[in-house]
Ligand binder design. Structure first.
Ligand code: HEM
Length: 289
């Protein structure tokens, strides 16, 4: 029994460590895709972060019972995760997405013309603030409107699981995983020990990554490693952490934060061991390079 647990931890570790051979944002060949013109995963995730955080505070969600119940089933980090994955996969990104059709769900919200205009105005403002050029912004908004208008409405349902025994299903799927990652990245990005590394601080603040993009990529990576219907689309752990010279002390601090979050969400001991096993498998690529 002990041996098989150990074996599964090692296997999970290998699974996570071996993910990420793909390049996040390949160089454009010919005309850049809409995904590339919007700035790739970190910029697009940032767009959704701004969109969701404004919407959550607006009357639109509070007054629309369909949106309220959707937000209960899939809180903001989960809704953002699928919205980013779905959108990127449709506008030329490297993400492979096979879950909920977000356009069909949006159509099922039956937004009134006033509600739709409010969302469109908000998105237009966010894209302007992000300094996306007008032609790209209009193309993106037109794509979004058309994809929802053309969709058959569908009601939001709990996520179905192919295999009930997979770590992914035992964790409850992408929604709880995205909540754990959301809190973990928030804690990591404000932790004294982690931020004592000036190279990490520079990487997190020079604008080439966003917290929302890291949350998307780490969630996708964990979902894929746990046996969920996702493929990791980011860079390898070795190349994304190269040059950061992360120390053992910083690594230990990050592991403690992860355990703190897993405890907060009452993830059972067996699943915690499997997640930590998968993450320990990445240590050799992250620490000391
Ligand atoms: C001490 C612990 C860690 C620190 C300080 C850290 C820091 C960072 C930083 C600064 C970046 C952005 C690098 C760049 O593009 O310049 C990054 C990227 C990333 N990290 Fe970590 N990391 C840590 C551990 C982890 C762990 C345990 C995981 C896996 C669960 C992970 C997954 C990722 C992913 C998926 C990316 C994005 C890859 C891409 O750009 O495509 N990191 N990390």
């Amino acid at each position: 029994m002990k041996k098989s647990l150990l074996a599964s931890l090692v296997l999970a570790g290998i699974a996570l460590a071996s993910l990420g051979a793909a390049q996040t944002d390949p160089m454009p060949m010919g005309k850049p895709t809409l995904y590339q013109r919007l700035g790739g995963i970190h910029k697009i995730a940032d767009f959704f972060d701004r969109h969701f955080s404004t919407m959550m505070k607006s009357n639109l969600v509070k007054m629309n019972p369909r949106l309220m119940s959707a937000m209960k089933m899939f809180p903001a980090p989960a809704a953002m995760f699928v919205s980013i994955g779905f959108t990127c996969s449709k506008i030329g990104g490297p993400q492979k997405y096979s879950l909920l059709d977000v356009s069909r769900i949006e159509k099922g919200f039956m937004l009134s013309p006033e509600e739709w205009k409010m969302c469109d105005d908000l998105d237009r403002k966010i894209l302007r603030d992000m300094k996306i050029d007008d032609a790209t912004a209009e193309e993106f908004l037109a794509w979004h409107t058309k994809s929802v208008m053309d969709a058959e409405p569908v009601e939001l349902m709990p996520e179905p699981f192919m295999s009930k025994d997979s770590l992914y299903a035992r964790l409850g799927g992408f929604a709880p995983i995205s909540m754990v990652v959301n809190d973990f990245v928030n804690l990591l990005a404000t932790d004294k020990t982690v931020l004592s590394n000036s190279r990490t601080v520079k990487a997190l603040t020079d604008g080439h990554v966003s917290a929302a993009g890291l949350k998307y990529l780490v969630t996708e990576q964990l979902c894929a490693a746990a046996g969920g219907p996702f493929t990791y689309s980011g860079r390898s752990m070795a190349s994304s952490h190269k040059g950061l010279m992360i120390t053992e002390k910083e690594w230990d601090a990050s592991a403690k934060l992860l355990i703190q979050v897993l405890n907060k969400y009452k993830v059972p001991a067996r699943e915690q061991k499997e997640i930590l096993g998968a993450i320990i498998g990445t240590k050799k690529d992250i620490v000391g390079h």
